[in-house]
Design a protein around this ligand. Structure first.
Ligand code: ZN
Length: 508
């Protein structure tokens, strides 16, 4: 986006309108960050009013018919550009943003929003009773709206679920999702069964001793700093649910949550959010105030967080470098505890009921269960009143364990108070894409992993900067994967990594 001489006059005009939308969206993100990290709960009512006003303003600006007219008249310009031109990517994203904001009837949007608020309250009280039955009526309403939204997004072409898939993962189809989950299921379910018979191979009790919170905070920040997240161009705070948010490439915020009896909770949340943060710090300054200044999709974003949380943060190389620092910080626990046992502890596999606590091997089965249930719900093959029982049966089948109540089961995720079918698959796509990208990085820079042991993670960061971060939303996720790795999206690297790493850990 340099040679301004070639632009038709409509282009800068459109960019101006889009820049205002971005500015307002970031103002909304700041209100949201403040609400989750700083605001006293007494500020909640006023904050809700402020956010609603901003949201309304953003919606009005996003659906301004002027944008449609400008996009229309810029069509010949767009088609004259090479496929990888920034301007072309920007126009495609602007078109998508306009389409997504206008294709849903206003009544559907407001009715669904009201239904979601009610569903959230019902979900909270059903959780208290640990009984999905108390959430059933609301869930049926949410499912009906999700299908209506999917239909509206698809405009009568294809299945509603496909509309929701494409909504969070531009360009994603049911066919690709089926292939991915099919391959994961075939390879992971027998592995989980094998490991389940030898869970005692690894002892991770060391992680659950009492670790002083102040020192946990300090070592977490050191970890974030070690992997190259720029704390001087960002901030770290605590929140109930860890998250990260972007105000500009030079101002990226991350959060973690802490538990004195769980070392891994805050440390790995720190690395995870710093991975998201890396993505945002790598967005080119030239993309600021445009629809290009984001991650390519929820899944691609997750690929970056998983890279630093798991592929780096649970690697031998990382701990060779970093364990001495943790040991020095907590000598009362770790003075005599061997590095190898620590590496094994942070990689322990344990089939569990709760998704957010799942390890690298079982995590995708948690997602697959949800995806299969959502698909059946959308197809009408599963009725909401049978959902809790179906959930429990699938946990028994794939993970060999069963929830004792619905709080440990079907009521655990907030996602089903929102859009049924739009969210979970991005987590698995993130895990799969992370390893495919990482493998390509190592193939092109064979020395990259060895450098981890010396605390040098710059090779990997530079590769992801160039191949992922620098493109913002210019390419759809599968295009980005193809360009960066030379291959279409595939589970092969992920599955090879899992079998290699955990085969060695569990002597398989
Ligand atoms: Zn994440």
């Amino acid at each position: 986006m340099k040679d301004t001489g070639q632009w038709p006059s409509e282009y800068p005009r459109l960019r101006e309108l889009l820049a205002e939308i971005e500015d307002l969206s970031i103002a909304l993100a700041i209100l949201d960050w403040d609400e989750q990290t700083q605001m006293p709960s007494s500020g909640a009512q006023a904050r809700a009013d402020q956010k609603a006003t901003l949201e309304k303003t953003i919606h009005a600006k996003t659906t301004d018919p002027q944008i449609a007219r400008l996009l229309e008249s810029l069509m010949p310009f767009e088609e004259s550009l090479p496929p990888d031109a920034d301007e072309r990517g920007l126009l495609r994203m602007a078109r998508r943003q306009y389409y997504l904001a206008t294709c849903l009837p206003e009544k559907l949007v407001t009715d669904f929003s009201r239904a979601r608020s009610r569903a959230f309250r019902d979900w909270l009280s059903a959780r208290e009773k640990k009984d999905f039955g108390a959430y059933l009526d609301s869930f049926q309403v949410i499912l009906d709206y999700s299908i209506k939204v999917g239909e509206a997004l698809r405009q009568g072409q294809g299945q509603p679920l496909e509309g929701l898939l494409d909504y969070s993962e531009p360009g994603m189809t049911l066919e690709v999702m089926e292939r991915i989950f099919g391959e994961l299921k075939e390879s992971l379910t027998p592995l989980v069964k094998t490991i389940s018979d030898r869970l005692d191979t690894i002892d991770d009790r060391i992680l659950y001793e009492e670790y002083d919170l102040k020192r946990q905070w300090d070592i977490g920040l050191q970890g974030v700093d070690a992997i190259g997240f720029r704390l001087d161009e960002g901030r770290a705070d605590q929140s109930v649910h860890p998250f990260s948010t972007y105000f500009s490439p030079r101002d990226v915020r991350i959060t973690t949550r802490m538990d004195p009896h769980d070392f891994g909770m805050s440390f790995f949340a720190f690395l995870h959010e710093a991975g998201h943060g890396h993505y945002m710090q790598g967005i080119p300054e030239a993309y600021r105030r445009s629809p290009l200044a984001e991650g390519a999709s929820a899944g691609m974003h997750e690929s970056q967080s998983r890279t630093w949380e798991n592929l780096v943060g649970r690697s031998r190389g990382f701990w060779r470098h970093f364990y001495p620092k943790v040991r020095q910080t907590f000598p009362e626990h770790l003075a005599d505890f061997p590095e190898e046992d620590w590496y094994r502890a942070v990689n322990r596999v344990q089939p569990s009921l709760i998704r957010v606590e799942a390890d690298e091997v079982t995590y995708n089965l948690h997602i697959m269960i949800r995806y299969e249930l959502e698909k059946s719900l959308h197809a009408g093959a599963l009725a909401p009143r049978d959902l809790a029982a179906a959930w429990n049966a699938k946990f028994k089948e794939y993970l060999g364990i069963e929830p004792q109540n619905d709080l440990e089961g079907v009521l655990q995720d907030i996602h089903w108070t929102g859009m049924v079918g739009a969210a979970f698959q991005s987590y698995t796509l993130g895990n799969v894409m992370a390893v495919q990208l990482y493998d390509a990085a190592v193939r092109q820079n064979p020395q990259l992993e060895e450098a981890f042991e010396r605390g040098d993670f710059s090779g990997l960061l530079a590769w992801t900067r160039e191949n992922v971060h620098a493109h913002g939303t210019k390419f759809f996720p599968q295009e980005l994967i193809q360009r960066a790795t030379g291959q279409e999206l595939t589970t092969a690297p992920f599955l090879a990594y899992i079998h290699r790493k955990f085969g060695a850990l569990y002597d398989l």
